[in-house]
Structure formats: structure tokens, C-alpha cells
Design a binder for this molecule. Structure first.
Ligand SMILES: Cc1cc2nc3c(=O)[nH]c(=O)nc-3n(C[C@H](O)[C@H](O)[C@H](O)COP(=O)(O)O)c2cc1C
Ligand code: SF4
Ligand code: SF4
Length: 439
């Protein structure tokens, strides 16, 4: 039996897989219902849960319905499913303080003691005192960890945000505007860390790109935050309908919006953050979120240094099954196959294999492309002007490669729909019909 437990910010969790702050069931409707919804994930193996973002000073009338619009983004094969766009009014979906506290209380009474409840909090602008007051309430309510949500794309994806950011005036819940303003953010994090006894983490916005995120991570670590989560959803724009005068494609809405992007398209931004922080700011715990939608993604994220991994929009499609399948994958497939006894054996394993581009030995002379003539259907895609080393020759029709020109870049392999191309070491090359003789 393998050991799935992991130590995160000094706490032992029974599994490294959990539920991101993402609930559509809002606690202002019924904290008990959301608590039971989250318990469903724990029952199938989730090692931790998050509350949705809770804001201390909401002005919307109690009971006001949240608004959301979702749109799946798909491309044709071979690109297929790209992700999900979401547009919403942040003011109408943030959780109110009172219900947020009731949710934490309910979770603490319902979940097993070794499943931490992480309070995802969004404070009043860039006001350290206001943040401290807010966070202390959740510490008192029994939250095990606090995650400072300084990355929500929603308040940052507004017209108002453009003016607020330019003026440095972040008086209300600012989300990603605060996360991407280090001079305002660091004093807030420092104040919260000093004021509470439970571990504090910061959820990064993808709007803080490489390499700026490295400096931000260093500062966050320096003021005592114990973990960094990443990423929240990036900000994008929904695509114009090219067959309808550039209008929007949202159900029932004619316009497009600056909105948030979820799902598969986020994964490589998540990996960028994990890799950058693992490499350049070791010694702070990492929680991975963003585009993780398959069990294998959990292992990839952990190999890049994440100690825990969160599913978010993936749960919309696959629900509790995604958690169940992931636990099963780790426990009964991946770890036995690879001979790992503990998940901790592969945390960060891939980091030592990340190298700065300047240090890569490209071995340009050593590798070459080859085509399996049995698989190749002579479609010509790989010869379509992508590379001077390849051509489709007639009589008999076949792909030929000029091995002197080929430097094994891999583009032909990447695009071949029949998986007929391999990149091989020249020394293993069998002189065959696919090669032009060397000149
Ligand atoms: C409906 C919805 C609500 C969300 N609410 C929160 C939130 O309250 N706090 C937060 O930090 N992130 C929130 N997120 C962002 C997710 O935690 C996560 O960072 C994002 O969905 C990217 O992960 P994914 O690509 O796996 O979906 C929300 C996402 C969705 C789809
Ligand atoms: S893309 Fe693949 S199948 Fe098409 S010609 Fe090239 S090797 Fe053959
Ligand atoms: S590996 Fe690159 S250089 Fe070689 S044939 Fe393919 S596309 Fe051309």
C-alpha cells in the first residue's frame, strides 16, 4: 500500500489532491449545503478544501442572485478543447462575511480533523488593518490556513480597474489588481502574517508574469508567508462571432467581455509559476492550481515542486469522479508502476531537470528526423513549407529528408497526424528509403 500523505505548511494531509476555491453553490444561499457539497469531495479522497472568496464589506442586498456566464472554447482537431470562459460581476458572487464564517464552522464540525479548511479571503483594497481584522475572524472561526486571494480576475477585469490601477487607488476588494502591485501587497501580507498564528499563503495572479513573479515570491517569502498558490484565472476577452458582425457568442448576451479563462489553457501558466518559484525561490511551499484536469497533471505539478494540487473547473465536468480517479491513479497505477512508496518521493523531482536555456546542450548535429513509411499516408503536411529539409517526392510518392539539413528540431514529429515521424540519434539511423543520401 502506497502512502499518499503529504506535509504542507507543517500539517500532515492524508492526500495531496483537493478542491480549489471555485464553488458555484454560494454560502449566502445556505452554508450547510455548500459544506455538504464540499464533503462529497472529501468522502472520495480530497485531502483539503477551500472556501470560496469571502469579502468583509459587500454592499449587495442579501439574497441577490449571483450572475455567471460560461462559454466553452473549442478549436477543431487537432487542437480540440481549449477551456472555458467565465464572465461575472464580482460584487454579486463574493461571499458575505457572516455566511463565510458559518461555512467554516460547519466544515470544521463536519470534515475529518486531518482535512484542513483553507479560508480564501479577499480583503478591503490594500488596507493592512482591514485585512488583518478580516483574517483574524476566520482564524477565530477555526480555519486551518488562510489563503489571501489577491488574484481574483473579476474585480480586475472591469473598466473601473483601469482607472483604479493607474491611480493606485485600491479602496475596495481588488483581486488581481492588488496581487500585481507589489508595493501595496507586501505590507498587507506582512501585517496578516504577523497578526495570525495559522499559516498564511498568497494566491498569485497570472497577470504577474515571468520573471516578475520571482521577485514577488521572494518578497512574499521574506515577510513570512508560508505558501504560494498558483494560479488564479487569467484575464482574456471572449472571441467575436465572425459570422455575426463581431458580436458576442455568450448565451443571451450580444456583447463580448473582458473575462476569465479557465481549464486546460491555464495549465502552462501554472507550470511556469511552479517552475520559476521552485528554481529561484526554494523553501516556500507551493499549491498548484490552474488547468489541472487529468490525474497525470497532478504528478506533473508535483514534480515541478507543488506539495498539494487543486482541481477547479475540471470538477464541473467530472465532479467527484475526478478526485476518485486521481486517487486511484496514484494509489493503484502510477506509484506501483514507478516503484514510489510515498508521494513525497516525487515532489520536486523534475526541478533538477529544468535548466536555463543558456545551459542546454542542443546536440544539433546528433539528431535527425525519420519517417515510418508504413504509417505515413503521404499527406504532405510535414512538407508544406515548414522545413527545407523535407519534401514529398513522386514515383514512388514518399517523404524524403535531407539529413544534412535536418537538425532534429521536432516540428515535423509534432504535427504529423499519423504519428509517423520519429526523431532519432543519427548513430541509430538505418539508411532507408526516407533519407536522401548524404551529399
Ligand atoms: C466559478 C468559479 C469560482 C471561483 N471562485 C474563486 C474564489 O472564490 N477564490 C479563488 O481564489 N479562486 C476562485 N476561482 C479560481 C479557481 O480557484 C482557479 O484558480 C481557476 O479556476 C483556475 O483553475 P482551472 O483552470 O483548473 O479552472 C474560481 C473559479 C471558478 C470557475
Ligand atoms: S505529416 Fe506524417 S503522414 Fe503526412 S506526409 Fe508527413 S510523415 Fe507522412
Ligand atoms: S526535425 Fe525539424 S529540421 Fe528535421 S526534417 Fe523535421 S522539421 Fe525539418
Amino acid at each position: 500500500m502506497v502512502d499518499l500523505s503529504v506535509t504542507f505548511v507543517g500539517k500532515k494531509l492524508r492526500t495531496p489532491v483537493g478542491v480549489a476555491s471555485h464553488a458555484l453553490v454560494r454560502p449566502e444561499h445556505d452554508p450547510q449545503a455548500l459544506c455538504m457539497h464540499l464533503k462529497g469531495y472529501v468522502d472520495v479522497g480530497a485531502g483539503f478544501v477551500y472556501t470560496p472568496f469571502i469579502n468583509p464589506e459587500l454592499k449587495h442586498p442579501k439574497g441577490m442572485a449571483p450572475v455567471y456566464k460560461f462559454m466553452a472554447i473549442r478549436a477543431r482537431e487537432p487542437f480540440a478543447y481549449e477551456g472555458l470562459l467565465v464572465a461575472t460581476d464580482a460584487q454579486r458572487i463574493m461571499c458575505r462575511l457572516e455566511e463565510g464564517l458559518r461555512l467554516v464552522d460547519c466544515l470544521k464540525k463536519t470534515l475529518p480533523a486531518d482535512v484542513p479548511v483553507i479560508a480564501n479571503l479577499i480583503g478591503p483594497g490594500a488596507d493592512p488593518e482591514g485585512w488583518v481584522k478580516h483574517c483574524k475572524k476566520f482564524e477565530d472561526a477555526g480555519a486551518d490556513l488562510i489563503e489571501m486571494n489577491v488574484s481574483c480576475p473579476l474585480p480586475a477585469a472591469t473598466a473601473r480597474a483601469v482607472c483604479d490601477y493607474a491611480a493606485g487607488d485600491l479602496s475596495e476588494a481588488a483581486g488581481a489588481l492588488l496581487g500585481d502591485s507589489p508595493a501595496l501587497l507586501i505590507p498587507v501580507v506582512e501585517a496578516v502574517v504577523k497578526a495570525v498564528k495559522i499559516p498564511v499563503g498568497v494566491k498569485f495572479t497570472p497577470e504577474t508574469g515571468f520573471p516578475r513573479l520571482v521577485g514577488l515570491a521572494e518578497s512574499i517569502k521574506k515577510v513570512g508567508a508560508q505558501f504560494i498558490t498558483g494560479i488564479n484565472a487569467p484575464i482574456t476577452c471572449s472571441p467575436p462571432d465572425i459570422y455575426n458582425e463581431g458580436k458576442g457568442k455568450w448565451a443571451g448576451i450580444e456583447d463580448n467581455m473582458i473575462c476569465a479563462a479557465l481549464g486546460p489553457m491555464d495549465r502552462f501558466i501554472c507550470y511556469r509559476n511552479l517552475a520559476a518559484i521552485s528554481l529561484f525561490v526554494p523553501g516556500i511551499d507551493l499549491a498548484a492550481v490552474g488547468g489541472l484536469v487529468e490525474p497525470e497533471h497532478i504528478v506533473e505539478a508535483m514534480m515541478l515542486g507543488a506539495k498539494i494540487c487543486e482541481f477547479s473547473s475540471g470538477l464541473f465536468w467530472r465532479g467527484t469522479k475526478l478526485i476518485k480517479d486521481t486517487i486511484n491513479f496514484l494509489e493503484n497505477e502510477y506509484m506501483p508502476r514507478m516503484g514510489y512508496q510515498k508521494v513525497e518521493e516525487f515532489i520536486g523531482l523534475g526541478v533538477k531537470h529544468i535548466k536555463p536555456i543558456e545551459e542546454i546542450d542542443w546536440k544539433m548535429e546528433d539528431y535527425v528526423s525519420t519517417v515510418d513509411d508504413k504509417r505515413c499516408v503521404r499527406c504532405g503536411i510535414c512538407c508544406n513549407g515548414i522545413c527545407d529539409a523535407r519534401s514529398l517526392r513522386e514515383n514512388p510518392l514518399r517523404v524524403v529528408i535531407d539529413e544534412e539539413m535536418c537538425y532534429g528540431c521536432g516540428l515535423c514529429q509534432a504535427i504529423c497526424p499519423e504519428h509517423a515521424v520519429s526523431i532519432i540519434e543519427k548513430k541509430h539511423k538505418v539508411i532507408g528509403v526516407s533519407f536522401l543520401p548524404s551529399r
